[in-house]
Design a protein around this ligand. Sequence first.
Ligand SMILES: [Zn+2]
Ligand SMILES: [Zn+2]
Length: 147
Amino acid sequence: MNTTTIIEQIRAKGERITLPRRLVIDALGYTHEHLAISDIQRHIQAQSPGHPVSDTTIYRVLQWLKDLGLVSQTDMGQIGIVYALMSHPHHHHLICLTCGTTITIEDALFIPLRDQLRRDYNFEARVDHMAIYGQCAGCSQDQSHPA
Ligand SMILES: [Zn+2]
Ligand SMILES: [Zn+2]
């Protein structure tokens, strides 16, 4: 799904596409990485130097996109809060609290969880882009075998 499709989807919901909204969507669609607000701001500055957008405005646009179900918001620990278009390949992260290593995991792991929540609680879980904290193999080994 490219940004034109996303903008069409938003219009179909009866929402208005203002210039800051379009600039934020373009920045998110430009890369398949997730971006912090400062990354989005840098991208807008580089692409449209004549239209600076404040971090408050970017934040508000991101919350609006999140409410529309188009953007995920994830707290990545030391890296900070990152945003990604939902059209990006669905994945999640394991984050080591000791060394900050992140491991990408596939969404398939959450399918049984979603099914069970639907069955037992009649709840449609939106597991967009999870960050699961813990310790990586190297760090948990260090702790169980102190030098
Ligand atoms: Zn991610
Ligand atoms: Zn670690």
